[in-house]
Design a protein around this ligand. Sequence first.
Ligand code: ZN
Ligand code: ZN
Ligand code: FE
Length: 757
Amino acid sequence: MQNRELTYRIHIKGLVQGVGFRPFVYRLASINKLCGTVENRNDGVTIELNCTLPVLQSFIHEIKSKAPPASKIETVEYENVTEKKFDGFSIIKSTSVSDNITDVSPDIAVCSDCLEDMKFQEHRIGYPFINCTNCGPRFTIIRDLPYDRDKTTMDVFEMCPVCKAEYKDILNRRFHAQPVACNICGPEYTLHEKGEIVKGTTEIISRLTDLIESGGIAAIKGMGGFFIACDAMNEIAVSRLRKAKKREGKPFAVMFGKIENVKKFALLSDAEEKSLTSFRRPVVLLEQINQLAPSVTMGLSTLGVMLPYMPLHYLLMEKLKTPAIVLTSGNLSDEPIVIDDEKALSILSPVADVILTYNRHIYNRTDDSVVRIINSKERLIRRSRGYVPAPVITKINTEGIIATGAELTNCFAIGRGYKVLLSQHIGDLKNMETYEFFTESLDRFRKIFRLEPRLIVSDLHPDYLSTRYAKASGLQHLQVQHHHAHIVSCMAEHGLEDTVIGVAMDGTGLGEDGHIWGSEFMLCDIENYERINHFEYVPLPGGDKVTHEPWRTAVSYLYKYYGNDFFKMNIPFLKNIPDKVVALICSALDARINTPLSSGAGRLFDAVAALLNICPVSSFHAEAPMRLESIVDRNTTDAYPFEKAETIGFKPTFSSIINDMTNGIAVPVISARFHNTIAEVIADVVSDISAKSGIRNVVLSGGTFQNRYLLEKTEVILREKGLTVFSHERIPSNDGGLALGQIMIAAQRMKIQRKKL
Ligand code: ZN
Ligand code: ZN
Ligand code: FE
């Protein structure tokens, strides 16, 4: 019986499309002289075979052990089907069979084989859109599943006979590589220089090189949108770019041509090098050791670095004498990164001297991803190109749920069975264009991933545009607390289901008591939470104004702790603010006019940064905490006192800081002592909760944990206390990861509701 030849159908799920999976199966079948078919379906790859059971089993074993590097097999199932007789082995046309989905590959940096081909392969010499089954654009060009050329923005390019032959040749690396193209048949660049149109890669690269070396600014169409480039060593060029882009203080990311040059300007650990060179090619935040042009980082100690990921980047960086170029998103302030050629020509013209476009459409907009290595692990700060749309696998069924995320750093998510698909970084929804990007991307996710929505979940905040969208959707609508969602997002990443001690250190998020929360110690599971402790509330004079003017929060803390006495204290930042203004703020605090209460950790960091006069006024989101972290003296290990009661108070901390300032203690030392204090507060409060509850799993989330020094320190102290610590690794700890937590809470509550019925 065992050795009778039957017809088997194998179904493989996971990341198996756009990664060279079918050719791999084809070759494996040919080597084993098996007859059958392989096809892409929207829910994975299906193979049919004429063989015996033992042959089938060894074939599956080979598939699992030899699968292509960029693929990721989740499940392999097989069944015996009605007998069919196959003649040879073939790849058959993709079909859409059900509402199920398979994973879509993120975009992959150009591979080393293709870079070689670019030098020697006749029809691809210097071809800047070279790609193969192991590399090239994916998510950014995909309009629908299954992944096939006619479902991508490559559909308008007809393959030349040479490319077609490669595409059909099983032994070729470009066999069924959907974006396959060459100098004759593929997309091409066009340089727009003062009304002149320039074609031809060699001429374009030479003009770009001249321009950048003479201090010019170029807008360059990348994988997921336009970027703006200039010489990162040329201060005049970089500061001109800052003015043109109206970007005052936020650091620029840079692209280095070679890793050897990165090492001349920044420290590079093994883990950092691994992230930098991975096929995802994120921007990696490194510790700077030598200055590029000062306006690149604006005095911050970190430098955002990436390596080339498109063929054009290699061609350009090879030609340039400068080791690095600034490469920043092509947009105006808060707008999403530009993807259309027409739009680039109109709105980027005032910023850039030349604009480089190409004639392939970008369908899914993605910005560069940003990561930081903390305690040897990659942490995502912005999750976009190279990472999206890889799903998070969950333990509970999230089918049909949409989560709309937060507002300022928006990402949404959709649930398909035991997978959550988190969108690319969307941005600040208060910007109209960004809001359109949000609704458009959500519609596209629904279509590509065949979502039948049955529930929508949002933040508690009634004024978030993401909440309003959910409310207006007509779907059943659930609202969940911000910090509970933060902690659950981290629980989901680690597959945690039982009650944990959650610590959310964050900027702002609406609490159930109507105040602004953001330093939450919770006992929580996926469904519910109990708020155990938090930093004491302080009023924020002027409400939203405090995010741009951290000095206001500092005044509020000083007034709370010292009353009118603080006027007599010798505090440097107060010298720059007229007494009248400070007095006005104090009377607003007395009268409680526009002074919402906040327990946000981010606000405490703001206040300390202002108190130390490092960042009394900030020009971009979270600048004050970043500057405070940037100056930390790593040799300082002591901390300040604090008060622990119903809430955690910082009067003794402020008194000690002011003392240190009076005694001329260096600001980096004060900053370190302050950071150490927060780590100790967390460890202390968590220990108490653990002792009382017997729970030893601690989950850290919230935007404040993007602070490398704080997260490292906190993890170390908690582990020394014998606790098990979980922090984010694959999704951001900031609001960009919130939607995952929202979906999980909604799914769990639905599950429990169903059980009760
Ligand atoms: Zn390649
Ligand atoms: Zn061709
Ligand atoms: Fe948050």
